[in-house]
Write a protein that binds this ligand. Structure first.
Ligand code: NAD
Length: 428
C-alpha cells in the first residue's frame, strides 16, 4: 500500500522514463504513455446492515487500450489510493504486452475493508461499482478481475449487475469467475505453472535440466504451491519454502534437504498458505528463521510471497551457487538489490514476465466466455505454455542482443509493443 513517502505511480513513471530513453521515444508517445488514458472516481452509496448509509469511494483507471480492451483487477483495501490504482494499471499495460495478449492495462479499487463488512454489504459495494462503471466496462472495452481482497464471488455479483443492466448475458465482461459459472479450468494453476515454464526455458539457455537443479521458495500460497508442484514434476528439487504464521505473527522457513512434499504441506497449511510448524517437524522438516529461504545453497530462488523481499540488507546472503531469481511475486526485489544481482550475474526472470500466467489464463477465460465454449484443462495449460515460452524467448533474445538485464529487456519488449500500437493507430 502507498504511504506519503512512497508513491507507486511516481515509481511506475520513473521506470517508464528509463525505458523511454533506451527506446528514444518521441515526446508525444512519452506524454501519452506516462499517464492513464482515462480515470474514473466515483461514490458508491451503500445502506449498511445497521440502517445508516455509508459512501464508499470507487476507482477505475484505464491506462492504455491501444493493443485491446483494458484488463486488470479490482482491489478492496482501506488504504487504496488513485495513485496506487494508476501505477497498477500502468504495470498491467506492460504485463499484457510482454506476454503478447491483445489487451491493454486497467485497474480498479474501492476504499473499504472487507474484514469489517458483512457479505450483504460487500455485495452492495460490488453492485454499486458495476452500476457506476456499466457504460465504461465490457468485453470489448475493459475487463475486470479479482485482486487483493476480492474473490470469484465478488466477480459474480458484478457480472450479475452488468447483465441485468445490459439485458443480455455477457460472460466475457469479467474474469476470475468460478468454474461452472464462466470461469476457466487451469486458472488456479496458471501463475505458478507459468513461472515454471519460464524457469524451464531459462535453464535450457544455461544448458541445465530441471532435474539437475534445486530451489528455495518464499511463500506457500497459490503461486508457490503450483510452482513447487510443476518444478518437482519436471524433476527439480525444492528444499525449502517459507510462510506466514498467523498465530505467532511471524514468518519462518520449513526446510527438508531431501525435498519438500507440496501435498503433505498443503495438508498442514491453513487456507492462506501458512504452514503449521508443529506439524511440520515430525514430518522431517527443520523450522528455520524467516529469511532462511534466501540463504539456501540452491540453484534457483523463487520469491512467491510479497513485495520488497530481496533487499540491499539481505542480497549479500545469497549463496554463490545461486544462478537464477524467478520472481513469482509482484515487486519482490528492490532496485538496490537488483543492481547487486546484475553485478553478480544472477539471471533474473522479472515479475511482470514470470507471473504473467495468471493474466494470460484470464485472457483465455475471456475468450472462452465470449465464445460460450469452454476448453479442457490440458488445452488451457498447453496454450499457457506456448504463450509463456514465446514471451520468455522474446525477452531473452532482446536481453542477449542488446546486452540488457532481463528486467530492462522485458520493459523494452513491452513498451515498444505498446508504443508501436499507438503509432500504428495514428495516435502519436
Ligand atoms: P497467497 O495469499 O495465496 O499466498 C501468499 C503466501 O505468502 C502464503 O503462503 C503466506 O503464508 C506467505 N507469506 C505472507 N507473508 C509472508 C512473509 N512475510 N514471509 C514469508 N511468507 C509470507 O498469494 P499468491 O496468490 O500466491 O500471491 C503471491 C504473490 O504473487 C503476490 O505478490 C501476488 O501479487 C503475486 N501474484 C499472484 C498471482 C496469482 O494469480 N495468484 C498473479 C500474479 C502475481
Amino acid at each position: 500500500m502507498t504511504s506519503k513517502a512512497f508513491n507507486p505511480f511516481d515509481m511506475a513513471q520513473a521506470q517508464f522514463d528509463r525505458v523511454a530513453d533506451v527506446l528514444d521515444l518521441d515526446k508525444a508517445t512519452r506524454d501519452l504513455l506516462r499517464y492513464p488514458m482515462r480515470e474514473f472516481s466515483f461514490a458508491i452509496p451503500v445502506r449498511m446492515d445497521d440502517g445508516c448509509v455509508k459512501i464508499f469511494r470507487g476507482f477505475r483507471v484505464q491506462h492504455n487500450d491501444a493493443r485491446g480492451p483494458c484488463k486488470g483487477g479490482i482491489r478492496f483495501h482501506p488504504q487504496e489510493t488513485l495513485d496506487t490504482v494508476r501505477a497498477l494499471a500502468t504495470w498491467m499495460t506492460w504485463k499484457c504486452a510482454v506476454v503478447d495478449i491483445p489487451l491493454g492495462g486497467g485497474k480498479g479499487g474501492v476504499i473499504c475493508d472487507p474484514h469489517n463488512l458483512s457479505m450483504r454489504e460487500q455485495e452492495a459495494i460490488c453492485r454499486g461499482w458495476a452500476r457506476a462503471m456499466a457504460k465504461n466496462v465490457g468485453f470489448a472495452t475493459d475487463v475486470p478481475a479479482p485482486d487483493v481482497m476480492t474473490s470469484p464471488q465478488h466477480m459474480v455479483w458484478m457480472l450479475d449487475e452488468i447483465e441485468a443492466m445490459h439485458g443480455h448475458k455477457e460472460p466475457g465482461f469479467i474474469t476470475g469467475k468460478p468454474v461452472g459459472l464462466g470461469g476457466s479450468l487451469g486458472r488456479t494453476e496458471a501463475t505458478g505453472y507459468g513461472l515454471i515454464f519460464t524457469v524451464r526455458e531459462a535453464l535450457k539457455e544455461m544448458n541445465l535440466k530441471p532435474s539437475e537443479t534445486t530451489a528455495s521458495v518464499q511463500g506457500f500460497g497459490n503461486v508457490a504451491q503450483y510452482a513447487v508442484r510443476l518444478f518437482q514434476q519436471m524433476g527439480g528439487k525444492v528444499i525449502a519454502v517459507s510462510s506466514w504464521d498467523q498465530e505467532d505473527q511471524i514468518s519462518y522457513t520449513c526446510r527438508r534437504l531431501s525435498g519438500v512434499d507440496p501435498d503433505e504441506l498443503v495438508g498442514i497449511a491453513d487456507r492462506f498458505g501458512g504452514i503449521d510448524k508443529a506439524k511440520a517437524r515430525p514430518l522431517g522438516y527443520e523450522v528455520l528463521p524467516a529469511e532462511a529461504w534466501i540463504e539456501q545453497d540452491v540453484d534457483i530462488l523463487m520469491p512467491c510471497a510479497l513485495e520488497n523481499q530481496v533487499t540491499a540488507e539481505n542480497v549479500g546472503r545469497i549463496k554463490p551457487r545461486v544462478k537464477m531469481l524467478a520472481e513469482g511475486a509482484n515487486g519482490p526485489t528492490t532496485p538496490e538489490a537488483d543492481k547487486v544481482l546484475a553485478e553478480r550475474g544472477i539471471f533474473n526472470i522479472p515479475d511482470f514476465l514470470a507471473n504473467a500466467g495468471g493474466v494470460t489464463c484470464s485472457y483465455f477465460e475471456q475468450v472462452q466466455g465470449n465464445m460460450n465454449y469452454f476448453w479442457e484443462k490440458d488445452e488451457v495449460l498447453g496454450k499457457l505454455d506456448v504463450k509463456m515460452t514465446a514471451a520468455f524467448i522474446a525477452v531473452s533474445e532482446i536481453a542477449r542482443r542488446q546486452k540488457l538485464y532481463m528486467r530492462d529487456a522485458a520493459y523494452v519488449v513491452a513498451v515498444s509493443r505498446v508504443a508501436k500500437a499507438c503509432k500504428d493507430r495514428g495516435w502519436v
